[in-house]
Design a protein around this ligand. Structure first.
Ligand SMILES: [Zn+2]
Length: 139
């Protein structure tokens, strides 16, 4: 019985696009919306999320069963390109955050130049690279 169902499904999927990274991403988004909907439980946002969930599911299956493989594949490529920029941007943010924890930035009282010093060394004398003024700060 299950084998016959599987066979029928496989026959149905012949010439159809199937799952890709964009499809997986949509599945995660729908799942996240469903979970969020459970948590929030306010009538209006819940209705909006319900519509989005439905639209996401329709779109996801529509793409999976689509016979326009070329077009779906291009959609996926465009999605992957965008995801690349997003992950690069997140990496940059994380890097800046970690730098921010390691260093402190002080403004030189003489010229206003920003000087970056490592944190956690107590009171230190900072030498401004621009105007040569020395000033003392707690790092
Ligand atoms: Zn200075």
């Amino acid at each position: 019985m299950t084998n016959r169902l599987k066979e029928r499904f496989q026959r149905f999927m012949i010439g159809r696009y199937g799952m890709d990274q964009l499809g997986q991403f949509m599945a995660y988004v729908v799942l996240a919306l469903v979970l969020l909907n459970f948590i929030i439980r306010a009538p209006l946002p819940s209705r909006i999320m319900g519509v989005l969930e439905f639209a996401g599911i329709v779109l996801m299956y529509g793409r999976m069963f689509s016979k326009n493989i070329n077009k779906r594949s291009k959609e996926n490529q465009a999605f992957l390109r965008r995801m690349f920029y997003v992950t690069e941007y997140l990496k940059k943010l994380r890097f800046q955050f970690e730098e921010g924890r390691k260093y402190r930035i002080f403004k030189c009282p003489g010229c206003g130049q920003k000087v970056r010093v490592p944190r956690g060394h107590g009171k230190i004398s900072i030498h401004c690279p621009k105007c040569g003024e020395d000033f003392i700060k707690k790092s």
